[in-house]
Design a protein around this ligand. Structure first.
Ligand code: HEM
Ligand SMILES: *[C@@H]1O[C@H](CO)[C@@H](O)[C@H](O)[C@H]1NC(C)=O
Ligand SMILES: *[C@@H]1O[C@H](CO)[C@@H](O)[C@H](O)[C@H]1NC(C)=O
Ligand SMILES: *[C@@H]1O[C@H](CO)[C@@H](O)[C@H](O)[C@H]1NC(C)=O
Length: 428
């Protein structure tokens, strides 16, 4: 199952785009001859590479929830209570107190939500996690709905970042020797740092891959400052919609290899986590600077700039959201945020030249999402990204393999996707 997910690549007729990739597992021989290639994988020895990935010889799994400190009682990957409003970590629960990551042994990556979970031992502290840990932790800490928790874990695993057999995933750099069932068979498993799969351009606080030598996963204080200035420290829907629009313009202008495809829709979902998952009941569920800074490990300096303090942490006295954050809810936020400041899907083909993506999944047409989008399409949005062919960069398509689709079908069989009317994964 070499390159489990990326089993095929589609080549459009016109050789329009200069940035055709070389992703492990993709047969790109047809395009290599005719086009300049730019690697979108983390290079062998650069940022996010296996060579620079922290190594822990003594892997310790996540601390499970207990009857004394049950949280949502989510364990072993099954559905929990789906009822939040409680304090995390629970007073007295020493197993889930914050412990700063050790840069020599602990992997952290582009996702503050998972970095925080690992720092509090809801995921393995070294950042080599499993499907089950991911599904449990999202429910127990953030009260993510069971459907969305499974979907995000599947996205993490199957967008070529993790291993379908061991169900292990690095939350940051390439740790193939520890995640893969057999590195010879699977090839490199870049982890969540891998570019243009789950990770994409125009992140809130992370650089674009190409403009910063492959560093697309570290916290950037300048970007955090820009986000805080634009939002005025109120990271709500309209303010984040505006900041995301500014980041898009920045990428169009600065990144000649900029690409904004259907997978970029995930970034609107991640942005919604600032006002849906991070706020605390003890602060009236306000997405304020105090709260958001704590999750991002952002520290304000005397001169007004921000630095990373290596302490991505649940704020003190934090209580989580009461009702679960479901697939349907995040799908609606994604579309709302997009439609507040619509931008074209597509990519830069040369300096000053942007080509729009023609269509995808009944959602994107002529580079944009129509404002009268079918609510059914919205609720199936993330599911479509998971199960359909997705252009992951222009001229390249991620196609889920039979192995991935069968994993998806087995994991989702006890969630209620069928009720949404989403197409079944193995039906095509
Ligand atoms: C299995 C579950 C999850 C996976 C696999 C995952 C993965 C990722 C990845 C790959 C990114 C980078 C996207 C990019 O900006 O290019 C990201 C960003 C982000 N994630 Fe997660 N995530 C998960 C769950 C969560 C949860 C539960 C939270 C909630 C607190 C969260 C909060 C965020 C935020 C706020 C960002 C944006 C960071 C930024 O742009 O600076 N994630 N996530
Ligand atoms: C942080 O982001 C700013 C704005 O995009 C950029 O100019 C700067 O080079 C980045 N810094 C680092 C250390 O990557
Ligand atoms: C947390 O709650 C405790 C007890 O109510 C209080 O003493 C403390 O000041 C609070 N800390 C913060 C940061 O709100
Ligand atoms: C896309 O644009 C073309 C040319 O402007 C137009 O003919 C077509 O109807 C548009 N399609 C949609 C779905 O808007």
């Amino acid at each position: 199952m070499k390159g489990a997910i990326v089993s095929s690549i589609l080549i459009s007729g016109a050789a329009a785009f200069p940035f055709v990739v070389d992703v492990s597992g993709v047969d790109s021989s047809m395009i290599q001859a005719e086009r300049r290639r730019i690697r979108r994988q983390q290079p062998a020895d650069g940022a996010g590479s296996a060579a620079n990935c922290p190594f822990n010889a003594n892997h310790v799994p996540a601390a499970p929830v207990t009857s004394q400190y049950p949280y949502n009682n989510a364990k072993n990957g099954v559905i929990g209570n789906q009822k939040g409003g409680y304090q995390v970590p629970a007073p007295g629960d020493t197993a889930h107190q914050f412990v700063a990551p050790n840069p020599d042994t602990d992997i952290r990556g582009p996702c503050p939500g998972l970095n925080v979970a690992a720092n509090h031992n809801f995921l393995a502290h070294d950042g080599i996690t499993t499907y089950t840990e991911l599904v449990d932790a999202q429910q127990n800490i953030y009260n993510v709905g069971y459907d969305l928790a499974n979907l995000l874990a599947l996205l993490g695993l199957t967008l070529t970042d993790g291993d379908l057999v061991t169900e292990k995933l690095s939350i940051g750099c390439d740790a193939t020797t520890r995640t893969s069932v057999n590195p010879v068979l699977t090839g490199a498993e870049p982890g969540l740092d891998g570019h243009n799969k789950f990770e994409a351009d125009t992140s809130l606080t992370r650089n674009d891959y190409f403009t910063h030598g492959g560093d697309n996963f570290k916290f950037n204080g300048t970007l955090f400052g820009m986000m805080t200035e634009t939002t005025g420290g109120n990271y709500n829907l309209p303010n984040l919609a505006l900041y995301r629009y500014q980041r898009y313009q920045q990428s169009v202008n600065e990144n000649p290899n900029f690409y904004f495809g259907p997978l970029s829709l995930l970034l609107f979902g991640a942005a919604s986590f600032l006002y849906e998952l991070m706020p605390s009941g003890t602060r009236g569920y306000a997405p304020d600077e105090y709260t958001i800074s704590s999750f991002f490990g952002a520290e304000k300096n005397a001169d007004g700039t921000y630095s990373f303090n290596n302490a991505e942490k649940i704020p003190d006295n934090w209580t989580n959201r009461v009702e679960p954050y479901t697939n349907e809810l995040v799908g609606a936020e994604i579309i709302k945020m997009y439609l507040l400041n619509p931008v074209l899907f597509g990519g830069n083909t040369a300096a000053g030249s942007f080509d729009a993506l023609q269509g995808w999944g009944g959602l994107i047409a002529n580079g944009t999402i129509p404002s009268a989008v079918d609510p059914k399409v919205t609720s199936c949005l993330l599911y479509q990204i998971l199960t359909e062919r997705v252009p992951s960069y222009l001229n390249g398509v991620l196609t889920p393999t039979v192995e991935a689709l069968s994993l998806i079908a087995s994991k989702l069989s006890n969630t209620d996707f069928s009720n949404l009317g989403c197409p079944a994964p193995l039906s095509k």
